[in-house]
Ligand binder design. Structure first.
Ligand SMILES: NC(=O)c1ccc[n+]([C@@H]2O[C@H](COP(=O)([O-])OP(=O)(O)OC[C@H]3O[C@@H](n4cnc5c(N)ncnc54)[C@H](OP(=O)(O)O)[C@@H]3O)[C@@H](O)[C@H]2O)c1
Length: 249
């Protein structure tokens, strides 16, 4: 059995975060679970404990910087340090840009950008002090190129991936590793019932993420064909992208 390790996951109440908590528990991690819905977190905690691991539950909103700092501090004290911290909590609001409102964008920026930054930066000093740790951000393949009707979401993930890119470079001579996860479609509530071709289930996504984190991969992206398509689209000149993007989306 793998040695005891610890992890904190935001957005652990359902979807990818829940699957990650369960996959990490299966790999020998004690897990701190953060999201707003306390009852759902208790359910995930029961599943972690059924795997023989400890669970620390903290209902908190990642938009509240002080609450996230306290959650990271308390989880670290309870689990005796955090080896892996995953900024996973995220929201998506799809709308054609002609009808986009500030409110559509504000929540996406607050959760996906401010919440992720608050989580990662709350964990970093403890990792530097302990001499080990891995910061993980759950970005998206849309970080490669923004997709129609997802202006704020695409922008938030481009920010997160770029932020993680610089953290990785800046921290390369420290014991802290940085992993940028860019999934394609994962069957969770975020997709609101849509299941485009290539959609993977949350458990499969979690296994790939855990494998990448344990390998120390700088970027973890899947499925490979969607990631390859998005990389190709990134190189495409606007005149061509503008014509084909609506059809691809
Ligand atoms: N599903 C996909 O196809 C896909 C693809 C690429 C990337 N991603 C990314 O993967 C991450 C997880 O998404 P998912 O698909 O698992 O979505 P999901 O099933 O909707 O889960 C979102 C999670 O985020 C939490 N959350 C939302 N707002 C929060 C807030 N203000 N404070 C704390 N927690 C909050 C939710 O918990 P509460 O509501 O209980 O707070 C929930 O646990 C996101 O960053 C998303 O952008 C998803």
């Amino acid at each position: 059995m793998a040695a005891r390790r610890t992890a904190l996951i935001t957005g652990a109440s359902r979807g990818i975060g829940r699957a990650l908590a369960e996959a990490l528990a299966g790999r020998g991690y004690d897990v701190a679970l953060v999201a707003r819905t306390a009852s759902a977190l208790e359910d995930v905690a029961a599943s972690v404990e059924a795997a023989g691991r400890r669970a620390f539950v903290r209902p908190a909103d990642v938009r509240d910087v002080d609450a996230i700092a306290a959650a990271v501090k308390d989880a670290s004290a309870a689990l005796e340090g955090l080896d892996v911290v995953v900024a996973n909590a995220g929201v998506a609001r799809g709308r054609w840009s002609g009808k986009l409102t500030y409110e559509d964008c504000a929540d996406v920026i607050d959760v996906n950008v401010r919440g992720a930054v608050a989580t990662l930066l709350a964990a970093l000093p403890g990792m530097l002090e302990r001499g080990r740790g891995t910061l993980v951000g759950i970005s998206s393949v849309v970080a490669y190129r923004g997709v129609p009707k997802l202006a704020a979401y695409s922008g938030s993930k481009a920010f997160l991936s770029s932020f993680l890119d610089v953290l990785r470079v800046d921290l390369r001579k420290t014991p802290v590793r940085v992993v940028d996860v860019r999934p394609g479609y994962v069957a969770t509530d975020l997709l609101e019932g849509r299941r485009p071709p290539g959609t993977v289930d949350a458990a499969t996504a979690a296994r790939r993420i855990v494998r990448g984190v344990e390998r120390g991969a700088p970027i973890v992206t899947f499925p490979w064909h969607l990631a390859a398509l998005m990389r190709l689209l990134r190189c495409m000149p606007p005149a061509l992208y503008d014509r084909i993007a609506p059809r691809i989306a």
